[in-house]
Design a protein around this ligand. Sequence first.
Ligand SMILES: [Zn+2]
Ligand SMILES: [Zn+2]
Length: 245
Amino acid sequence: MKLKIIGSNSKGNSYLLENDNEALLIECGVKLPVIKKAINYNLSKILGCIVTHEHQDHCVSIKEVMKAGVDVYASKGTLDILNCSGHRANVISSKTPFSVGGFKVLPFDAKHDAAEPLGFLINHIETGNVLFITDSYYCPYIFDNLNNIIVEANFSEKIIDSKMEKGSIAPFLRDRILKSHMSLETCKKLLKSNDLSKVNNIVLIHLSDGNSDETQFVKEVKELTCKNVYAANAGMTIDFDKRPF
Ligand SMILES: [Zn+2]
Ligand SMILES: [Zn+2]
């Protein structure tokens, strides 16, 4: 199984878990032609698209994706706000597992300024357990037997604090960021509180343009975990099989 990064920032998020036979789209926050290109124009290979929440950088093409014949899965709060209905719109809820082809998905509630945001624990025989969490300033859960992790590291508290001192960030904006997105510091706490012994890859996603430092983030998480650590960039493909332990 490969993880393809189609987009990963506030301009658009979309990720593809893909093997020779099937694919799961995570988020559709980029235009449909960009998704089509990423799957080599074989859209029928995408068995479903799971969406975390209603912000456009995560779901801008949700209606086009459904029109193209792909089932989407999101919370009731998300689908209602986006005015999405019909047989392609599947309501999912926190702590209720469902399957999309060979992918088993367990949604859980995320902490974000959205109607009913979710994170996902995805299981596939090839990848093992994949944690996907974005747009969540905090995660109260511990996950068992993780094999791969895709986690937001949006900003650094240090960068935000130094911007505050210089007056180059407004207090309301600082508060909004702190109460909606995951900092590198929180990301590291989350990683530390989980058993990483079977983890192969850690992919840092949704890095903010102005408030992050990709090289430093990767370095710090590598030092903390001794794993394969990546900062997600569009066009990147990562081997996402679980390690043969
Ligand atoms: Zn976002
Ligand atoms: Zn958001």
